[in-house]
Design a protein around this ligand. Structure first.
Ligand SMILES: Cc1ncc(COP(=O)(O)O)c(C=O)c1O
Length: 373
């Protein structure tokens, strides 16, 4: 349906919480539903009562838990996954015009931060099955200063097959995922996480930069807070931003991080429930390489006539979504290509409702609707 017409087929950007309902007579099956409740509410109330709403103890606590989850020395909490990517790129201190390799099929923020840092995002095609960057297509040149590898939808990318260039992991959807036993977000020089409501751990909006490199972590923390470098009081030595994450939002994330394993196990059960029901249908199911653990940010199948299937699900009140964007189909990156792998992923990827409140009958309803196509 969308062939050659750009990234159509969705009323809201695909990192939003839901799609459209429809006149179906049933309650909608929601695309996403954050696993937050009384514990998070109590934690927020505690912060409000403390009067320390930002730069307080909850930021440090969240950062400690994130560093442990990613197996790194440092985590710096920031206001979004996009902010994390932006600061990671800025902190590398690259020269204008330097090139950064970015997969052609990803959420646009991955490439946008590179362009906004005055660098050149060079798109590389993805494997149409894994939907992650295809290491065989990566050909670094002299100006290539970094590779931005995305663990798309939580599926660990084959990082060890990439050439040895500075590696930034876009682990926006991969908190909890493991590549050959190693936590995603802790493998490259720097990792970037998102806590948007479709992610396994959410703070509403939020993100973090993870790294073992102390000076990089310091540079990110400095850029996050107007360029301030403690303990200096009178000077802000470099221009910086305000990309801080408030204590209120950190308090929302902490209880979820403490039950990360439980949250991932619940998402694995939902994924298995889909896989069982979808067996035998003409769809490609999501999965991870042998030895990896999928992070299950989203459950993204691949189908023919994706646009029609998406529309028919929505009419039945099932809030499905497109997967993500083929960047060369966006005006901002239309000068690069062709990328047949990204085209194929874009044209076929379909995100099904995916969250821990889905019931067996919700799964039945989604799969019955798919079967009727
Ligand atoms: C792969 C990827 N990178 C970056 C981002 C940006 O994260 P945020 O929405 O928290 O800014 C997203 C968000 O969906 C994403 O999926």
């Amino acid at each position: 349906m969308e062939g050659g017409r750009g990234n159509l087929g969705s009323e809201v950007p695909p990192n939003e919480e839901g799609g459209s309902g429809g006149k179906h007579g049933f309650p909608p099956v929601r695309l996403a539903w954050p696993d937050v409740g009384a514990e998070e509410a109590a934690a927020v109330a505690e912060v409000l009562a403390s009067g320390r709403l930002t730069m307080g103890p909850k930021v440090a606590e969240l950062e400690r838990l994130l560093a442990a989850a990613c197996g790194v020395e440092h985590a710096v909490a920031v206001s979004s996954g996009t902010a994390a990517l932006h600061l990671a790129v800025l902190a590398l201190g690259l020269e204008p015009g330097d090139e950064v390799i970015v997969p052609a099929y990803t959420f646009p923020a991955t490439a946008n931060v590179v362009a906004l840092a005055g660098l050149k995002p060079v798109l590389v095609d993805v494997d149409p099955v894994t939907m992650n960057i295809d290491p065989a297509k990566v050909e670094p040149v002299r100006r290539t200063k970094a590779i931005m590898a995305v663990h798309l939808f939580g599926r660990p990318a084959r990082l060890e097959e990439l050439p040895t260039v500075t590696l930034i992991e876009d682990a926006a959807g991969a908190l909890g995922a493991r590549r050959q036993g190693r936590p995603c977000g802790g493998i490259g020089l720097v990792g970037c996480l998102s806590f948007h409501p479709r992610k396994i751990v959410t703070t509403g909006e939020g993100g973090a930069v993870t790294t073992n490199d102390a000076s990089l972590a310091e540079a990110v923390a400095q850029l996050r807070h107007h360029g301030w470098k403690p303990p200096e009081l009178a000077d802000l030595p470099v221009p910086g931003l305000n990309y801080r994450l408030s204590d209120i939002l950190c308090a929302v994330g902490i209880p979820q991080l403490l039950r990360l394993e439980e949250l991932l196990a619940a998402r694995e059960r939902i994924a298995a429930g889909y896989a069982e029901r979808l067996a035998g249908l003409p769809v490609v199911l999501p999965g991870a390489d042998e030895g990896d653990r999928h992070g299950w940010q989203a459950y993204v199948i691949q189908v023919e006539r994706r646009g029609e299937v998406l529309e028919s699900l929505r009419v039945k009140g099932i809030e499905a979504q497109i997967g993500t964007y083929a960047l060369h189909r966006l005006s901002a990156y239309a000068d690069q290509g062709p990328f047949p792998g990204a085209d194929r992923a874009f044209e076929r990827a379909l995100a099904l409702p995916f969250h821990t409140r889905l019931t067996e009958s919700d799964l039945d309803r989604v799969v019955e609707a798919l079967t009727a196509m």
